[in-house]
Structure formats: C-alpha cells, structure tokens
Design a protein around this ligand. Structure first.
Ligand code: RB5
Length: 153
C-alpha cells in the first residue's frame, strides 16, 4: 500500500509511539497524514478519534492508525462510526487476522502497552495484509449494516 495515504492520530499518551511509527514507515515509502496531537499537552482521546474516524466514514481516507495509552478509548470511539472497523491489537497474529478476517480499516495501538518494535511489526502487517473475502465478506457485510437502520441478518 505504498502509494496510499493513511491517517494517523494520537493523544498525548500515544504521541511518542506515533512519532516513531511515522519515522519508521517513511523509510518504506508510506506517507502518513498526521492529525496530531503534536506535543505532550494533555488532549482528550475522543477528540482525536472523532477527527480521524470522520475521514474514514466519509471515504476521504481508507485506512487509519489511532494510538492512546491503552488503545481502549480510541477503539471505543472509532467503532461508533459507520464504516469504521477499528481493531485494538497487541500481537502479530491478531494484526493479521484483523485484516484477513475482519477487514479492519483502523489499527489501534496502546502506546503504554506495546513495545515500539512490536508496534512497528503490527503496523507493517496492518498495511500489507489483504482481506481474505469469501466467507468473511458476508460477516463484514453484517457489521456494515449495523446502525444503518437495517437488520443485521
Ligand atoms: C490518557 O491518560 C489515557 O486515559 C488515554 O490515553 C487512553 O489510554 C484511554 O483509553
């Protein structure tokens, strides 16, 4: 996905990891559009999650990465937005499954939870693993119907 623009955002607790990820993927030709936060001043994670998720819902961007202290708050907020399938991931297997089975379009990380080396691996998997489709497509279709006034049947 080297030519695709991908969003990234964090709160103050995810700032350090966000900056490391931006630096790391730059060497691989991936441009991350950084929505902040840009300094260590305390910022409310819902504000950053909303900013990024709106751009996924509107199809302005197809992928994003959110980072807070645990990743929990960011994932709670992001998954309220139609079309956002945010996966809070801490290990490579889950990162792979999040793409192959769930077609996750937002990767959520806990800056105070995952080691930076692992986080880089998770980002790499997230960016380079394809959705398997097939039987997983009908399940994702059911997710996508939720909250749109249709029964998820
Ligand atoms: C900030 O202290 C912390 O609550 C936030 O980064 C996140 O972990 C929330 O889920």
């Amino acid at each position: 996905m080297s030519s695709t623009k991908i969003l990234i955002a964090s709160d103050h607790a995810g700032l350090e990891l966000k900056n490391k990820i931006i630096e790391s993927v730059k060497n691989k030709g991936v441009v991350l559009e950084d929505l902040g936060t840009y300094n260590t001043d305390s910022v409310d994670y819902p504000d950053k999650a909303v900013e990024l998720s709106k751009k996924i819902t509107s199809n302005e961007f197809s992928r994003g990465i959110l980072i807070c202290g645990t990743g929990i708050g960011m994932s709670i907020v992001a998954n309220r937005f139609p079309g956002v399938r945010a996966a809070l991931v801490q290990d490579p297997y889950s990162a792979k499954m999040a793409r192959e089975h769930n077609d996750a379009n937002v990767l959520v990380l806990g800056g105070r939870v995952v080691k930076p080396e692992i986080a880089m691996e998770l980002v790499d998997i997230f960016l380079n693993t394809k959705f398997e489709g097939g039987r997983h497509q009908q399940r994702v279709d059911k997710i996508n119907k939720i909250g749109l006034g249709k029964k998820g049947e």
